[in-house]
Design a protein around this ligand. Structure first.
Ligand SMILES: [Zn+2]
Length: 87
């Protein structure tokens, strides 16, 4: 079962992830060390940074697998259940 994802050499419990940035970080600061990285916000206001889009996508993929295991795949294509197909 997937519980952790690795971001920036840290094991991050997937249930602590609040959101994942869609676009790379850009704030315009000259000395910004995070430009081009993807922010991953955790509970308690903590943030970790995926170094590459590939790393971020890996997190998203693992989040998806974890969420389906945790909450069940409601969007699965088992069409024999609650299909409101009245004539
Ligand atoms: Zn910045």
């Amino acid at each position: 079962m997937v519980v952790f994802c690795v971001v920036d050499d840290k094991y991050i419990p997937l249930f602590r992830v609040l959101w994942v940035a869609k676009t790379p970080h850009f704030c315009g600061e000259d000395d910004c060390e995070r430009e081009g990285q993807y922010e991953i916000r955790l509970e308690d206001g903590e943030t970790v940074w995926a170094q590459t889009q590939q790393e971020r996508d890996e997190v998203l993929k693992q989040l998806e697998v974890w969420a389906i295991g945790e909450y069940g795949g409601d969007d699965a294509d088992d069409s024999d259940e609650d299909a409101p197909e009245e004539p």
